[in-house]
Design a protein around this ligand. Structure first.
Ligand SMILES: Nc1ncnc2c1ncn2[C@@H]1O[C@H](COP(=O)(O)OP(=O)(O)OP(=O)(O)O)[C@@H](O)[C@H]1O
Length: 277
């Protein structure tokens, strides 16, 4: 039997469910120290239609990644799989090394530190901005206690931190219903931040925003990505350019191209299926 020299040994111990590809990849490190999320050969069909087709993707700790691609490319399904809303037919999704998310349900994945922002804002319209954040923090304490109890110092500090990031501090006493569309989106991102996720998934955050709101959203996400990983799905190329991060273009459930935006947007295959349309 061939002995592996110590220097060639994988840094990450093989996971019992890891595929051959995962083991090969582990030698290169995608499940190692710097990797937060690793999709390994994921497949998902709906009624025989392959929405996700042998999809592999690595997101590093503290990385912001932009996901682009035509309608039906599988972007939403990919996020559904990461958050446990949809179970893949095959493949694995590793989080923080060897936690296979496909073996967890939605609630447990949220508790593991993955927050998801859907396209439409879903704030509590009849509550103030500050109470929305308190509700997001409430956890198992229950909604009524969260609103009636005095602020605990840690809670106050977390809420102030979120206000500083989202710049919604001046609006804390307003009803969420009275906020602009952009402010509602930031509030919802703030509600996710209140739960201190390690990975934030954001679906088309700037749809329907003004140019100024779009710019502010780019600033906010970049600031968030200083301390956590962010995956943002977006069609607005002007916004993706502002993010100035690595881009993955999905097509037919698979990675078509990946790299800096200039490189990906110059790729003839990307132009053909997406940007040239
Ligand atoms: N629950 C489902 N049942 C049947 N088909 C589905 C289901 N969810 C997604 N699909 C199909 O899978 C494919 C991928 O859809 P998905 O929503 O992931 O694409 P997308 O890249 O997010 O598109 P868009 O940019 O329009 O949001 C589409 O053809 C879609 O119709």
């Amino acid at each position: 039997m061939d002995m592996i020299e110590p220097a060639e040994r994988p840094l990450v111990s093989p996971h019992p469910y890891a595929t051959q590809r995962a083991l090969e990849a582990a030698n290169l490190g995608p499940r190692g120290g710097d990797t937060l999320l690793y999709l390994d050969a994921v497949n998902k069909s709906f009624d025989g239609f392959r929405a996700i087709n042998d999809l592999s993707l690595v997101v590093a700790r503290g990385e912001m990644r932009a996901i682009i691609g035509p309608n039906g490319a599988g972007k939403t399904t990919m996020m559904d799989i990461v958050t446990g809303k949809t179970r893949p037919d095959s493949g694995a999704v590793y989080f923080r090394g060897d936690i296979d998310l496909t073996r967890h349900d939605e609630a447990s994945i949220a508790r593991l530190g993955i927050g998801r922002k859907f396209q439409k804002p879903t704030v509590f319209e009849s509550h103030t901005v500050e109470d929305n954040l308190r509700l997001a923090l409430s956890g198992e304490r229950g909604v009524f206690r969260a609103l009636l109890d005095p602020f605990a110092p840690a809670e106050r500090a977390r809420i102030d931190e979120v206000f500083a990031l989202t710049r919604l501090g001046d609006h804390r006493a307003r009803l969420a219903a009275d906020l602009s569309h952009g402010q509602k989106q930031w509030l919802e991102i703030g509600m996710l931040l209140a739960q201190d996720p390690e990975l934030l998934l954001v679906d088309e955050p700037v749809a329907g925003m003004t140019d100024a709101e779009t710019e502010e959203t780019a600033r906010l996400l970049k600031e968030i990505a200083r301390t956590r990983s962010v995956v943002v799905v977006e069609h607005d190329m002007h916004f993706v350019r502002m993010l100035d991060v690595k881009v993955t273009c999905l097509h037919e459930g698979h990675v078509l191209a990946e790299g800096p935006l200039d490189q990906v947007s110059a790729d003839p295959r990307v132009v053909e299926v997406y940007l040239g349309r």
